[in-house]
Design a protein around this ligand. Sequence first.
Ligand SMILES: Cc1ncc(C[n+]2csc(CCOP(=O)(O)OP(=O)(O)O)c2C)c(N)n1
Ligand code: SF4
Ligand SMILES: [Mg+2]
Length: 310
Amino acid sequence: MSAFSAIGIDREVDQNEFTPGIEPQATWCPGCGDFGVLKALKGAMTELGKNPDEVFLVTGIGCSGKLSSYFESYGYHSIHGRSLPISRAAKLANPDLEVVAAGGDGDGYGIGGNHFMHTARENHDMVYIVFNNEIFGLTKGQTSPTSPKGHKSKTQPHGSAKDPIRPLSMSLSAGASYIARTAAVNPRQAKDIIVEAIEHDGFAHIDFLTQCPTWNKDAKQYVPYTDVQDSDEFELDVTDRRNASEVMYEAESRLAEGEVLTGRFYRDDRPSYGQEKRHTGEMPEVPLAERYFNDDYEWERSADLMDRHR
Ligand SMILES: Cc1ncc(C[n+]2csc(CCOP(=O)(O)OP(=O)(O)O)c2C)c(N)n1
Ligand code: SF4
Ligand SMILES: [Mg+2]
């Protein structure tokens, strides 16, 4: 339990606790895959027995960025492509916080690509969920870094001439220590993968396929999917980098052809950035956040907030 806990005692956590007390009406379109991420995230936090006040959810800009408005926890709806540096700072200031960063494919693989690469390389202990709908959703369907070659949109009316990036391979070569792909159409697997990612000590990247029925009507709906762990075709040892790289490449190539492969692709247990810093004695004994933490004030504020939400 973190120093910031408003509750102060261990207890069963109910999934509804991750729904804001004054529940905003979600403005996602009917059938949007983003609902699947929200559901899976709530399920994962409940399964792990986390209190909402132990979690810090940082989002980027896009339809995906609205996640922090519909999920009850500490939250920060940041700017386009910048969820990761904010998450890193928060984790270093308060290592007890469960930090989850989330945003779109344009946000994370485009404008925020540089932060993605270095946060993976440095192995910061957090979960990064990328809502991959293969377009810019919020700004009305422009081509994104994951749009397939030939994809037609308002910005590429004759079809994109560019090859899409390979998010899993990129993540592996950058240095992420947990890499998985799941899909909104597969909520059980999605929840299990988020649980594993949270439990993992290091940078856990989830490429989360989210259908956009409004602006990406041509896209496959990510069904049927094959879980690489269940498939007889792949004998994947997720700790074997070369093996993982081959299966990732296959999954990325097949997605472009309309076949969806999901599951866990890679895991290594090297120390996270925070662990390395503790080892070299560079992390303060009292975390920065706690040095300026006024217990009495926080209790009063939390009680007040809970009253207002009741
Ligand atoms: C610096 C900056 N550039 C551009 C924009 C405009 N903008 C807002 S959302 C967005 C793209 C969102 O696409 P994605 O990250 O894939 O999220 P989605 O809406 O698909 O979930 C863009 C280009 C912005 N808000 N800030
Ligand atoms: S525009 Fe697409 S991504 Fe955005 S809320 Fe609607 S369906 Fe979802
Ligand atoms: Mg997108």
